[in-house]
Design a binder for this molecule. Sequence first.
Ligand SMILES: *[C@@H]1O[C@H](CO)[C@@H](O)[C@H](O)[C@H]1NC(C)=O
Ligand SMILES: *[C@@H]1O[C@H](CO)[C@@H](O)[C@H](O)[C@H]1NC(C)=O
Ligand SMILES: *[C@@H]1O[C@H](CO)[C@@H](O)[C@H](O)[C@H]1NC(C)=O
Length: 610
Amino acid sequence: MKKIIALLILALVFSAGNSTDPITALRERSKDGHSLFGFERQLGSLWQNSVTCGVCHAGLNVMDYIMGSKIVRKSLETTVSLICSIFSEYEVCHGAITEMGDVIWPQIFSFLFGAKYSCSRFAGVCASPKYITLDPQNYIDRVLSDKPEFLNDNNYVDLQYQKIAQDKKPRKIVKVMHISDVHLDFNYLEGTNAQCNEPLCCRASSGKPKNPEDAAGKFGSLADCDLPPITGEMVFDFVKSLDEKPDVLFWTGDNVAHDIWNQTSHENSDYTVKISEWLQEHLGDIPVYPTPGNHEFFPVNAMSFDEKDDVIEQLSKVWKRWLDDDAFELFKKYGYYSMPLRGETETWDGFRVIALNTETCNHQNWYLFSQLNDPGDMLAWVEEEFKKLEQSGEKAFVIGHVKPGEDACLYEWSMRYRALAERYQHVIVANLFGHTHTEDINLFSDSTNENITHMVFTPGSLTTYSDHNPQFRIYDIDYATGYPVRAHKYFFNITQGNLGDPKWEKQYELTEEYGLEDMSPASFLKLTNSFKEEVGQVTKYLWNQNGRAFDISKYDCSDNECMMKYYCMIRNIIYLESKDCLGKKRLDFIYDLEKSLYEWFFGPWVEKIE
Ligand SMILES: *[C@@H]1O[C@H](CO)[C@@H](O)[C@H](O)[C@H]1NC(C)=O
Ligand SMILES: *[C@@H]1O[C@H](CO)[C@@H](O)[C@H](O)[C@H]1NC(C)=O
Ligand SMILES: *[C@@H]1O[C@H](CO)[C@@H](O)[C@H](O)[C@H]1NC(C)=O
């Protein structure tokens, strides 16, 4: 089935352009302002005139009307659910598809195949509105055109770490905590089946386990299960008990259980409310800087930047206690904000938090169909923020959910964001993200992908989903410069907890664990190079990424192919460039269908001219 769909799509893509790179082909085809598939270039007004345009509008309006009818929609949803149930439970498929349908149908039939867009952009029979295809290189060139000379070597951050290292006097260190991907499950039930063959187990609906060792544990399960509240709340008690408490807490989203086929916006928000209450109860004096993940939204991943979003509205009420007025107003509208950094005891003068809303690049956010250029105007906003900070000499902690460039983040957005990060490399002191559930290191490069300008870190998830020990990080920050100099990883040993000794504890400090000189990009580049050269390095990395959930032998990655896979991923945060590194095709409609489709669907950005 999957192969047939893949072949059909392949045929479609081939017919849309030449075989090299379909996105480049689309961009080339329409860069002069002509349509993607029409013949107005050859036929002129014979093709593009008021009659053909009128017929197109009438036809698509009728189709929109038919597709909008309840009966057609219900039968389409049932058909798709039936196809989906070949791969998963019907209940799960139907729930997810009807939930998603509310977003996807209007986006496809009213926008993508709607008269206004389709007749002009696809068919070219209408002259207006006109859509000009944008070349990201123009954006990159513009952003870099006034890059100051002292950044020419793209090694500003490395030089700062060298200065820190050369200073022989003791330097002031302040602790900062980062948690992500809590994914609590209010319906987690001890003793239920942890191996249930549904997307989320360990609930009453998962049934009883056949083997006793498959029973959901009291404190969590190394399986497709989310975090029982008891283990979640213990994190904050634990942090309160630390001798050196963090001064600031960054919290990068995904608080909701993975039962994505059976949710509401209110139930989703309840998870964020609960965690926010715990933070208040246990760590009331520590300022918290939160961002939404893709799972906060309802349906999952879906956020429109044109209409008010229910979830953002509800989160803004809960998070108002931590946001200043400007941040609150901006957050309520777009889900992103910028705010001066303040700690429990430190003033952090000269530092700000820039909290991105990565729904702007999330490739599963179906609303991006109609966001043709810079969704939510976030890139324009970030650029302004960075520029202001450059002028005032301030620095930024950048936080968000999906890592810029990773496979879940669209290429069109990532390339442009990277230009901003290169141009303002001296402004950014840390990039703290989540989403992957594993404790990752990633190198972030300049626009030509030659030099490493920054590091991007994810702390791993609090949820065990799937097969991880819960984990989080506390950084030692060099207070004068804002750069992280040590990263302490804490974890909860699920196996040990369920055997009767539940506790959060330190696992290691990152630079000690890997024998790094410091946390500079240069040090991590050295480490990353060792991943393709020294057998054992990647195995250890994978073991650590998962919070050492199982014995290290389970994570064996000793052959060249496996080692190269991780080397390329860590070295190249931009997903399509990691495929270049592996010698694979950027878009591959057979072996990498889903990702290739997203990149193709959300294709080149355009500018609309009425
Ligand atoms: C959906 O959620 C409701 C309320 O949480 C629950 O009662 C019901 O059993 C769930 N249905 C499925 C199919 O999981
Ligand atoms: C930048 O990258 C180039 C090519 O890999 C390398 O030769 C050069 O030394 C790097 N520059 C710095 C400052 O690291
Ligand atoms: C977790 O606990 C189990 C059971 O006590 C033990 O065998 C295992 O080594 C522990 N794992 C880690 C990473 O400490």
